[in-house]
Design a protein around this ligand. Structure first.
Ligand code: ZN
Ligand code: ZN
Length: 198
């Protein structure tokens, strides 16, 4: 799936200092190939160039009950990166045999009968820092207090009106944006050029 082509032999351009492409022999597996995700329906870029992480990081712990202001937790995924969620995420939430996280990094949840719930939603979401997203607007799919929750499923609209992602940004939840792999396409990004300062 490494579909990298370099139409115009990107060797040293006048005035350019940076190496045009990373040495692929050094980067097998964790290639710093950058990816831009676009809306599958209209092609609009939904992210800047992102680097893939080997796994979704542990969500930072935040004592939201002690926070002076409500609002999102620190982002699970650092800016400029993404990772693939290997566990089911989002609805439907179904009764489980044994208690466990209702979905990754969300802690446990029970229905009104006290039975534990787990997600049976899709796998393979592209998890990223919500602050890296472009051109998305929220259409709440489930009740939230100060942000958005993933319990109702997709809640982020592309400018073309297509639901493409799920934002998780309410207080006391991990701060994540999940792009739906069925609604976005990954495009290899050209050389990072003057990347954003961290
Ligand atoms: Zn679109
Ligand atoms: Zn809140």
């Amino acid at each position: 799936m490494e579909d990298q082509r370099h139409q115009e032999g990107a060797a040293a351009r006048p005035g350019g200092e940076q190496a045009a492409v990373p040495d692929p022999t050094l980067t097998e597996g964790a290639a710093p190939q950058l990816t831009v995700f676009v809306c599958a329906a209209c092609g609009a870029a939904l992210t800047g160039p992102l680097k893939r992480l080997p796994a979704v990081p542990e969500a930072p712990c935040r004592a939201w009950w002690e926070a002076e202001e409500m609002g999102p937790s620190p982002a699970t995924v650092p800016s400029g990166c993404y990772a693939i969620e290997t566990e089911p995420y989002g609805p439907p939430l179904v009764v489980a045999e044994a208690p466990g996280p209702v979905m990754p990094r969300h802690g446990t949840r029970y229905n009104v009968d006290g039975q534990p719930l787990v997600s049976r939603g899709p796998r393979g979401n592209i998890v990223m820092n919500p602050d890296d997203a472009r051109g998305l607007t929220t259409r709440h799919a489930s009740a939230a207090c100060c942000g958005a929750t993933p319990e109702g499923g997709l809640n982020q609209l592309c400018a073309c009106g297509t639901l493409v992602a799920t934002l998780c940004s309410d207080c006391c939840l991990p701060y994540e944006l999940h792009l739906s792999p069925d609604h976005v396409r990954a495009l290899p990004s050209p050389s990072p050029g003057s990347g954003p300062a961290a």
